[in-house]
Design a protein around this ligand. Structure first.
Ligand code: COA
Length: 319
């Protein structure tokens, strides 16, 4: 039996930081309100000469370096993003070129599931490795959601930010990724969307969100998918060393852990410093936990994420 193991992680956050006080100069809000309702204190904003793919390139290079492999060994790139640089070619092909991977037997493609994208991308790459088709895969989550923000909408401009995260997966006899669980319910599509299509491009389109409704469904669905993951693997929540949630809002994370009776001390949190980096959020939190030494080899990790769609998912991973 083959499993996928994470053998390298990497992350990148743009240099420019926007604090809550900075935002209070743009819209009617305050540091106190934002911290109380979201837990976010600051977020990173990409510079005009950066792109989703250039950020992903830095994160991917760091993951490849940490994995200790030669980039020519990568046989597949799955890139989770809803903000690619271009309609086409896709972000993954641009990233392949940026990384100097010249093998054409390295399919490179995007998956667009907004904030849940990384979990979906991980699940796809995992299937290819389990089936024996691929030995090494690069899985990336990167987004530039600040490019889709209406900076006069105080209910969204406080939440979103830019960044990139990446992992290298390798085939192994030992787990690795035990299971992934993916869900979609398109009937919620109107509650969180960015309008825009090929007929309207390149006119400017913004994130439109009914935050309170999103919040409630997110807490329910994230709780359910974590319970599903534990049940599927026949383990108790006590077996989890670290919960690595999508970092949308501290209150969503707290409500989910409260529902599960899971201790907040075992949650990797980045939301305070990063805001919601969309598809980058889970791999960035993973990378931080790995690099600061909290996540150790052999630890059992549970990833979960929720996004527009609505789509949500989880992964149980032995690091
Ligand atoms: N500063 C001050 N007041 C604000 C504000 C801000 N930045 N944003 C909204 N408000 C106001 C609203 O206008 C509303 O005022 P009203 O009562 O006079 O109409 C009031 O605060 C309450 O709004 P509500 O939307 O009920 O607040 P909330 O507690 O739900 O917090 C969010 C709003 C957006 C922070 C919260 O709903 C949220 O984070 N939802 C999840 C969104 C998310 O994570 N999306 C991505 C999923 S991947």
């Amino acid at each position: 039996m083959k499993y996928s193991r994470i053998i390298g992680t990497g992350g990148y956050l743009p240099e420019k930081i926007l604090t809550n006080d900075d935002l209070a100069k743009i819209v009617e809000t305050s540091n106190e309100w934002i911290v109380e309702r979201t837990g976010i204190k600051r977020r990173h904003i990409r510079s005009p000469d950066e792109t989703t793919t250039s950020m992903a390139g830095i994160a991917a290079n760091r993951a490849i370096e940490a994995a200790g492999i030669d980039r020519s060994q990568i046989q597949m790139i799955v890139f989770a993003t809803c903000t690619p640089d271009l309609f086409f070619p896709n972000a993954a092909s641009t990233l392949q070129r940026l990384l100097g991977i010249t093998a054409t037997a390295c399919p490179a493609f995007d998956v667009n599931i907004a904030c849940s994208g990384f979990i979906y991308a991980l699940s796809i790459a995992d299937q290819y490795i389990r089936s024996g088709m691929v030995e090494h895969a690069l899985v990336v989550g990167a987004d530039s959601l600040t490019r889709l923000i209406d900076w006069s909408d105080r209910s969204t401009c406080i939440l979103f930010s830019d960044g990139a995260g990446a992992v290298v997966l390798k085939a192994d006899d030992k787990p690795g990724i035990y299971s992934t669980h993916l869900h979609t319910d398109g009937s919620y599509g109107d509650l969180l969307h960015v309008k825009g299509d090929v007929y309207n491009a390149p006119s400017c389109q913004y994130i439109n969100m009914q935050g309170n409704a999103v919040f409630k469904v997110a807490v329910t669905k994230l709780g359910e998918v974590v319970e599903e993951t534990l049940r599927f693997n026949n383990i108790d929540k006590e077996a989890i060393d670290w919960l690595i949630p999508h970092q949308a809002n501290l209150r969503i994370i707290e409500a989910t852990t409260r529902r599960l009776g899971f201790p907040m001390e075992k949650v990797i949190l980045t939301v305070e410093d990063q805001g919601n980096t969309s598809a980058a959020s889970v791999p960035l939190a993973l990378d931080i936990g790995v690099r600061d030494g909290r996540i150790k080899p052999g630890n059992l990790l549970l990833f979960e994420a929720f996004s527009a769609g609505f789509a949500w998912g989880s992964a149980l991973v032995r690091y």
